[in-house]
Design a protein around this ligand. Structure first.
Ligand code: SAH
Length: 363
């Protein structure tokens, strides 16, 4: 592997850090010593890592860095939701959202600069796609948020309890970087999150779903939004490549190993488009064969969209139809709307749009 210097240690999972240290002639267990400094204590200066020698600290400083995306802006919503615009070294910017709730504190992170999938109702799609984030930029969002929140609160305990890949981008089109980032999030010496508290959300990149399970069987959310292929082809163009039947088969494989597991299906409620009682019934029929939970997301508008949010009564009727059919259904409370931090409103600053069509070789 051609190493690019300096190496950002935030993007190395434990085996990769061990390999990196081994290449320096160091023993593997040094990784156990260094990892908690990086992720748990938030220490970026090797000289401050008191259980490694001065000599090793000096050598690390020659070839490695602990670099974190820089905060370009912070927006605080009245409901406590917080959105950060983080600037990357190349001038692109991404968005990361913190959503505090009574029983958990969730960080919503981005996996790409922009998105190539062009879903009809999503603001990120309108930005186009620039590039994949690196593992260090993905972990860097968690590092930034966790240590900023801790410093503010004077807390020494972990603040973030859940991480969801529901920000900008399609995580399953960036498995190479998302994989190691997930390992760091799950590592006991890293962020120590259980696999149930890490959720990957996908528009349905079927081949990568099988690989995700091998990387780590984290919680899975699938952006469904339609009960039939004709409508889903329009709303989520990736459906033309991986139609609903194939997607649901992959979902069944994903949870097959674990009887207690369910796939969360996200369904944005679009007035007059996908919110009829007939469509709720069709959705219920469709999901009969998958251990499912449905999250109804009231559509979040953004400038330039022609979609509208379904009325509350229509959302309730849709939910009640699903509940009557025996499906676990919740309506996701809209959070962070006033600061454009809600689902589908993240836009960031995408420098050049390199591609906005569905990739032919999605991997
Ligand atoms: N690309 C991944 C990760 C994004 S998650 C995926 O598609 O799952 C963001 C979630 O918000 C997805 O379910 C997406 O479909 C949904 N969403 C996008 N735009 C929205 C909008 N304007 N209102 C409500 N939900 C939206």
């Amino acid at each position: 592997m051609a190493a690019s210097y300096p190496v950002n240690l935030l993007g190395l999972d434990r085996p990769a850090l061990e390999a990196y240290l081994a290449a320096m002639g160091e023993r593997a267990f040094r990784a156990q010593q260094i990892f908690p400094w990086l992720h748990q204590r938030g220490v970026r200066d090797f000289a401050a890592m008191s259980n490694i020698s001065k000599a090793l600290a000096a050598r690390l400083a020659e070839s490695a860095v602990v670099a974190v995306p820089e905060m370009a802006a912070e927006h605080l919503s009245d409901d406590g939701t917080r959105k950060w615009i983080l600037r990357l070294a190349d001038g692109n910017a991404i968005e990361t959202v913190f959503i505090p709730e009574a029983e958990r504190a969730t960080l919503c992170i981005s996996s790409q600069v922009g998105c190539a999938l062009d879903c009809a109702f999503c603001a990120t799609a309108k930005q186009g796609f620039n590039r994949n984030l690196t593992a260090s930029e993905i972990v860097g969002q968690v590092w930034f948020a966790e240590h900023r929140l801790r410093a503010e609160r004077g807390a020494s305990e972990r603040v973030i309890s859940n991480v969801v890949f529901m920000g900008m981008g399609e995580p399953l089109l960036n498995m190479k970087e998302v994989g190691p980032a997930i390992h760091v999030l799950l590592d006991d010496l890293g962020y120590g999150l259980s696999r149930r508290r890490v959720t990957v959300s996908t528009a349905g990149v079927v081949p990568a779903l099988d690989r995700l399970h091998e990387v780590a069987p984290v919680s899975l959310a699938v952006s469904l939004h339609a009960p039939d292929d004709a409508l889903r082809d329009r709303l989520v163009p990736l459906n033309q490549k991986y139609p609903i039947a194939e997607l649901l088969a992959a979902c069944r494989r994903y949870v097959a190993h674990d009887a207690r597991r369910r796939v969360t299906f996200e369904y944005a409620m679009l007035a007059g488009v996908n919110d009829s009682v007939a469509q709720a019934r069709a959705l219920a029929r469709l999901l009969r064969t998958v251990p499912a939970k449905i999250n109804l997301i009231p559509f979040n508008p953004f400038p330039g969209t022609s979609f509208e949010r379904s009325a509350d009564a229509v959302i309730d009727r849709f939910r009640d139809t699903l509940l009557a059919a025996g499906l676990v259904t919740v309506t996701r409370r809209t959070r962070g709307d006033s600061i454009r931090a809600a689902c589908g409103q993240l836009a960031g600053v995408v420098k050049e749009r390199v591609r906005r069509v569905v990739p032919i070789h999605a991997s």
